[in-house]
Design a protein around this ligand. Structure first.
Ligand code: 26Q
Length: 833
């Protein structure tokens, strides 16, 4: 297949004669057209996916006009642009957000109302686009929303996985994974753009040939080729007529059959190779240390990097032909962690091998277009690939990486003559029996900017993990504190609070979250407080109904909702939360529960399928929950619930209903956290350690409005070596009773031994996460929080102030920071009308 993409002299723009009206009448008429005439449906059934699809098509038509105008504006002006490269975009549902940003939520509600439908029910029909694991993927999605709203020319490049994040079912307390076939009923938002398909090479070997002019050239030959087909998803800005693009690549066999194999007589083999190609984009990898080193994952990474870079160059050549002299002025690639970092070597290959540039010019371009964001401090989470695997899969890229490394090592030699230790430490190749490529180092050497995602995290990167590099290139290191988009995480998911805020201070906060400051003057206003509480209460009732539907458990909105939702990981310390639950249970049982606030502890999150310890934690939560919830003495006082299949749309119901936000990671381990910001924005008060962005949240809200506990990074590091959890347990009556209960089999009568490894991990002097070290201060802080909640007025005031002071945690601010310090983009200017 050959796809002609260049503009030909006779090509013309199909002119859109008139703009579609944004009225309820017009929306209803388009809806009817799509439902009846396009999808061929007649009966309106409330839970039909076709109702939802028809509404999407009506909305999409209105996006399409703006999408074209946005594209025309950026092409015509040849504006500098950013490509955000990410293996994950955790978009969630798109309909509510599209209507909100188009400014037709009210009109669509009215249109549907006329035929007896509720927009809320229709929105619930949409499946989450779950193309991400957690924080890093959702951050990419919030970034896209803010960039479109700020009119920044940013295109997202990702992978169109056939199966996104798995669904979680709980069976007898255990997590069971189910495939997420999110595309089964079709995904009405995407537009296939076969005309922009790219060819991606794998395998073969790297060779040197002499070209016609006698110059030696590197060639990559005998490759297995795969086709990358792009699917575009519109990304609307908020009421500004800008529509940006998320371009997701899907793998396909280059030919339906491999003709050679076919002719050789093996029909089955020829079809099988089609399958092998399509495997590349079959499934999202769940993040687990055990998933490291998987060959298919490396294929995914290279597939994304190569397709996206080739697409950028194709687009460039449409406007500039073979002149790359201003390419670096006009392009920037932001790497979302090291997952797409092979792009550094791939851009070198494309510029040198395909476009005939010499090394120096290609390196200048690469080094001034790539920027790298790090999202983790856990050394074991740093990506490494076996050199042998690279040689097999991407031989030409391995050559290039070796060459980059050789030149880099020569630089270090200049800077620190004779410091061979340093060369070993900083080399892109970790030597040993199985030599490995250090992807973070490749990203650092190939980038002009390296950033962490919260102030503390960025400091620890400079002082710890990347210290040698920060010494060499201090000017490349910077911080960009994460955020979340208030359009999804307040306006759309919390209509009650959103209306109350807008009635009180106007609507400007939707594009300028610092404006929320204005509600702090109502923090002590009795009337405002009462309305604030009413909203929180109805959100809690909405969540209670959802919990009932998903778990059959009844929970009461009268209780304090104490919530921890996030991926299950040892460093996030869901275990510490369980220990506290057991402690409260024990207190109430022994008659020491008077004066305790009635409390619902809600925990949700997925464990990577291969992460044994995380899976035991889920089982433990469920077993403890069963004992607590079936004890009559706990009624109305304490409940523990595990929320199954936690995802983006679950968070949209959960964060508006939370009273207390649990951010209890071991200090120095959570790079930033973003759930903490969603909770804060919706008026939950945080109980947390000085970790990630908690530090900045506490600074913003004031220490009197934050429940701080636990050891600091410095204290944690000083403790290692002398850490003695057994004596901590022994010297704390409450803690001893909790551990005894766990050990006695009280929560696992008929499942002997299942929690042994969990109990052992707490007692282990080498416990990386130092759970025991923070037990006492956590329990005490929880007690203070509980008492604070009993004082309604005081709590409401704290809640209002948390929301009021959440302005800096908007991704609008984050994107402005990226743009001012790294990207330097001019906003898109659309033609007036
Ligand atoms: C690794 C190897 C093989 C397959 C998958 C992976 C993999 C996949 C996803 C490794 C890591 C991730 C995701 C990491 C992540 O979500 N990090 C979080 O990023 C947030 C946004 O910056 C931060 O707020 C969180 O603190 C951080 O944990």
């Amino acid at each position: 297949m050959t796809a002609k993409t260049d503009r030909q002299p006779g090509d013309r723009e199909l002119l859109q004669t008139s703009e579609l009206p944004m009225t309820a009448d017009a929306i209803l008429s388009d809806f009817t057209h799509y439902f009846g005439r396009m999808l061929g449906r007649r009966t309106i059934k409330v839970d039909s996916p076709f109702l939802y699809q028809s509404v999407v098509y009506a909305a999409r038509d209105r996006l399409m006009e703006r999408w074209n105008k946005t594209r025309n504006a950026t092409e015509a002006n040849d504006t500098r642009r950013v490509a955000y490269l990410s293996l994950e975009f955790l978009m969630g549902r798109l309909l509510r957000n599209a209507l909100l940003n188009l400014g037709i939520e009210k009109e669509t509600t009215e249109a549907l109302d006329r035929i007896g439908l509720d927009l809320e029910d229709v929105c619930e029909q949409e499946r989450d686009a779950g193309l991400g694991n957690g924080g890093l993927g959702r951050l990419a999605a919030c970034f896209l929303d803010s960039c479109a709203t700020l009119s920044l020319p940013v295109i997202g490049y990702g992978i169109r996985y056939q199966y996104g994040m798995f669904h979680q079912r709980i069976e007898n307390g255990f997590q069971v994974e189910e495939a997420d076939s999110w595309l089964r009923e079709g995904f009405p938002w995407e537009i296939e753009r076969i005309e922009y398909a790219q060819t991606i090479h794998f395998g073969g070997r790297s060779d040197v040939q002499i070209d016609a002019r006698g110059k030696s050239r590197h060639v990559w030959v005998d490759t297995h080729d795969v086709l990358a087909i792009p699917y575009d998803i519109p990304v609307p800005g908020f009421e500004n007529n800008v529509v940006n693009t998320l371009r997701l690549w899907s793998a396909a066999a280059r030919d339906e059959f491999d003709l050679e194999e076919f002719n050789a007589g093996s029909y089955a083999d020829s079809v099988a190779s089609k399958n092998e190609a399509e495997n590349i984009t079959m499934v999202l990898y769940p993040n687990a240390a055990t998933e490291n080193g998987q060959e298919l994952r490396l294929r995914q990474q290279y597939f994304l990097a190569s397709a996206s870079l080739q697409d950028t160059i194709r687009n460039w050549q449409e406007r500039h032909g073979d002149d790359f002299s201003t390419f670096a002025e006009k392009n920037c690639f932001q790497l979302n962690d090291t997952h797409p970092a092979v792009a550094v070597a791939e851009l070198m290959r494309l510029l040198i091998d395909v476009h005939g540039m010499d090394w120096g010019d290609a390196w200048d371009i690469t080094r001034s277009t790539m920027a790298y964001t790090n999202h983790t401090l856990l050394p074991e989470a740093l990506e490494m690939w076996p050199v042998a695997m690279f040689r097999r899969l991407l031989p030409r890229l391995l050559d290039i990486i070796y060459e980059i490394n050789a030149r880099f090592i020569a630089d270090i030699g200049q800077h620190w003559p004779g410091d061979n230790q340093r060369i070993r430490r900083m080399s892109l190749i970790q030597e040993g029996p199985e030599p490995m490529i250090r992807m973070a180092y490749l990203a650092i050497v190939g980038s002009f900017s390296i950033n962490g995602v919260a102030a503390l995290h960025s400091r620890l990167l400079r002082e710890g993990l990347f210290r040698d590099f920060a010494e060499l290139w201090p000017e490349r290191f910077n911080n960009k504190t994460n955020g979340v988009t208030q359009r999804r995480w307040l306006a759309a998911c919390n209509p009650g609070l959103s209306s109350l805020i807008s009635e009180t201070i106007g609507e400007k906060w939707k594009t300028d979250l610092d404006k929320l400051h204005a509600i702090s003057s109502y923090a002590g206003d009795k009337d405002f407080q009462a309305r604030w509480r009413d909203v929180k209460r109805s959100n809690k009732e909405r969540l209670a109904a959802d919990i009932k539907k998903k778990t059959k458990l009844s929970v009461s909105a009268d209780m304090m909702f104490d919530v921890q939702v996030k991926r299950i990981h040892e460093y996030k310390r869901q275990l510490l939360n369980v220990l506290h639950a057991i402690h409260l249970y024990d207190r109430i049982r022994r008659g020491d529960g008077d004066g305790l606030v009635p409390r619902l502890i809600l925990i949700g999150g997925k464990a990577a399928p291969g992460y044994v310890m995380a899976k035991s934690v889920i089982k433990c939560i469920n077993n403890v929950a069963r004992v607590i919830n079936s004890d009559p003495a706990m009624k109305g006082r304490l409940q523990l619930v595990f929320y199954p299949d936690y995802n983006v749309s679950a968070m949209e119901k959960i964060c508006p209903a939370a009273d207390l936000s649990e951010q209890i990671s071991t200090a120095g381990k959570e790079a930033s956290g973003t759930g903490n910001m969603k909770f804060m924005m919706n008026g939950a008060v945080t109980i947390g350690t000085l970790d990630g962005a908690n530090v900045e949240i506490r600074e913003a809200v004031g220490e009197e409005n934050f429940f701080l506990f636990g050891n600091t990074v410095e204290e944690i590091e000083a403790l290692r070596g002398s850490y003695d959890p057994l004596s901590i347990i022994d010297n704390d009556d409450d803690f001893r009773r909790v551990i005894n209960l766990l050990q006695s089999g009280h929560f696992n009568h008929f499942e002997p031994g299942i929690f042994d490894s969990i109990i052992q991990s707490i007692k282990e002097p080498a416990d990386m996460w130092m759970t025991a070290a923070d037990f006492r201060s956590f329990v005490d802080a929880q007690d203070v929080a509980g008492k604070a909640y009993l004082d309604k007025d005081r709590w409401t005031r704290m809640s209002i102030l948390n929301s009021a002071r959440s302005g800096r945690f908007s991704t609008d601010r984050t994107m402005r920071d990226y743009n001012n310090d790294i990207w330097h983009l001019d906003p898109i200017v659309l033609d007036a009308k």
